[in-house]
Design a protein around this ligand. Structure first.
Ligand code: PEP
Ligand code: MN
Length: 338
């Protein structure tokens, strides 16, 4: 921590600050400038007591942290990019590009199975589908629950595609993990820390969406909960944040791709479906995400999007998805991925 004292602080007041820094377990180093005294407090900010309280002292002008608050998710701690094994054959990160695709919600056997077959044929390697849906209104379709998980498991059996599905509640962690190959933590639960711990403890890979009002540092710290609970299989997923813009459902923040790559070793996945909220914008956002170095995409696909029970405006048709997959090929190659 760097502590800057106000100009003309009397020596006795400076001494009290130094004593407090020592009392909190840090070693102070005083740097005397022309107008100000700056104190470097040496010690591990993540394990020592916070010095931020000094902000309230009248002789202190500012207190600035020099260390990052996240540790295990940081690239500093783990310089090599992590790879996440999903199911038997899929590895996310490390130069392999993957597309996770499927309906927003699992609706019935035919809807899911035809989608699974179609997305696999077009080149998707993971099947998505919500069985427990976090709906804004209690009157909207809430998902098929365990029945939906069983349909996902059947679709995996038929197609060989591993499955990603959302975990909504701590109580269901073990049950959902029995069916799923990746647990999705949705935007609304991104800082539900007890849920993050329960998801981590299942041992399944966790895809952590960015909270719609979350800063990147908060997102990294939420990811830290997964790794701190002995689960190294974390993926970050950008799905758009709330801004003043209403043209799109959310503002898909693609700048998080280079930022997460710089700050963390965990893969970054982009969800352009929730991000744009409009099927007609999905392809462009996907191409941008691939060009910027995303490790994977999470895309909503439905046999007949206009009749979908959730998120009808943003789901791609089978043809639309197959066309997108063809168009993505040169972008994947140009990004140096396979
Ligand atoms: C979804 O993937 O369908 C979903 C509900 O995602 P999010 O949590 O990003 O809104
Ligand atoms: Mn959705």
């Amino acid at each position: 921590m760097i502590i800057v004292l106000k100009p003309k602080t009397p020596p006795a007041q400076e001494k009290r600050v130094l004593a407090e820094i020592r009392r909190l377990g840090y070693t102070p180093h005083v740097m005397r400038g022309v107008a100000r005294v700056v104190i470097g407090a040496i010690g591990d900010e993540r394990t020592h007591k916070s010095l931020e309280v000094l902000m309230t002292w009248p002789q202190v002008e500012s207190v600035m942290p020099v260390q990052k608050r996240f540790k295990l998710v940081s690239r500093e701690a783990h310089p090599q990019s992590s790879t996440i094994k999903v199911g038997k054959n899929v590895v996310i990160g490390g130069g392999n590009f993957h597309v996770m695709a499927g309906p927003c919600s699992v609706e019935d056997e035919k809807q899911l199975m035809t989608t699974a077959v179609a997305v696999k044929k077009a080149g998707a390697t993971i099947l998505r589908g919500g069985a427990f849906k976090p709906r804004t209104s209690p009157y909207e379709f809430q998902g098929l629950g365990e029945k939906g998980l069983k349909l996902l498991a059947n679709a995996r059996k038929e197609t060989g595609l591993p499955v990603i599905t959302e975990l909504l509640s701590e109580q269901q962690a073990e049950m959902v993990a029995e069916y799923a190959d990746i647990l999705q933590i949705g935007t609304r639960n991104a800082q539900n820390f007890q849920l993050l711990i329960a998801a981590a403890k299942t041992g399944r890979p966790v895809l952590l969406k960015r909270g719609m009002c979350m800063r990147i540092e908060e997102w990294l710290l939420a990811g830290e909960y997964i790794l701190a609970n002995e689960n190294p299989n974390l993926m970050f997923c950008e799905r758009g944040i709330r801004t003043f813009e209403t043209y799109t459902r959310n503002t898909l923040d693609l700048s998080t791709i280079p930022v997460i790559k710089r700050e963390s070793h965990s893969p970054i996945v982009i969800d352009p479906s929730q991000g744009a909220g409009r099927a007609d914008l999905v392809a462009a956002m996907c191409k941008g995400a691939v060009a910027m170095g995303a490790d994977a995409l999470l895309i909503e696909v439905h046999p007949n999007p206009t009749t979908a029970w959730s998120d009808a405006a943003q789901q791609l048709s089978f043809d639309g998805f197959a066309k997108l997959m063809r168009e993505l090929k040169p972008f994947i190659a140009a990004a140096g991925m396979k």
